[in-house]
Design a protein around this ligand. Structure first.
Ligand code: GLN
Length: 190
């Protein structure tokens, strides 16, 4: 199985290492041809306005949106969550507009610009997940097709809509492979 990682900006290497640990092959996605033959795609963290502009410039916005609509499994972390969403509060930045979600950017107060917390995530079973938040967004509301996988203080932090998975935090910065394994299970089922 070959998984693409959008490599325009952000924590690409950490996702790559995680996927290699799980036995998946990866390809860095920098232009539309790189999407050929991938059976899943990861959108890493970074800065979403910049990544959205770069996706447009490199001709990736439309092909990725089409692939997502056609059922390609896509996992977005942090900026990736923002890029997946149909609606960003107070912003008209470019997104893939795939997930039926309204997102609030940089939504944790200044003191909490970066923080870490152990969060119980039932779908992963077992012990809580050590979630690392870096100028994180959260999902404020979702449509009926979206399953909320983690909610904390009214904020939705992890959600799935069919082939789409979105996390407000950075599982690639931990040693815990459970969320990446969960994402790879979408590909196996696909
Ligand atoms: N604050 C960033 C944004 O709005 C997201 C931060 C991240 O990906 N760690 O794009």
């Amino acid at each position: 199985m070959k998984v693409g990682i959008l490599a325009l900006q952000g924590a690409v290497r950490e996702h790559r290492n995680m996927l290699h640990r799980l036995g998946a092959q990866t390809v860095d996605v920098l232009n539309p041809q790189d999407l050929r033959g991938v059976s899943g795609l990861i959108l890493p963290g970074g800065e979403s306005t910049t990544v959205g502009k770069l996706m447009l410039r490199y001709g990736l916005l439309t092909p990725i949106a089409e692939a997502g609509r056609a059922g390609l499994p896509i996992f977005g972390t942090c900026t990736g969550l923002i890029l997946l969403a149909k609606h960003i509060n107070n912003s008209s930045q470019h997104t893939l507009a795939l997930m039926d979600a309204s997102v609030e950017r940089n939504a944790f107060g200044r003191q909490q610009a970066s923080f870490e917390a152990d969060m119980p995530i039932p779908v992963l079973g077992g012990k809580p997940f050590h979630a690392i938040f870096i100028r994180a967004p959260y999902i404020e509301k979702v449509g009926s097709g979206v399953t909320v996988l983690l909610r904390h203080d009214e904020k939705i932090l992890f959600a799935r809509q069919g082939n789409l998975l979105a996390a407000a935090f950075h599982p690639e910065l931990t040693d815990d492979t459970r969320i990446h394994e969960y994402f790879l299970s979408f590909i196996i089922e696909n």
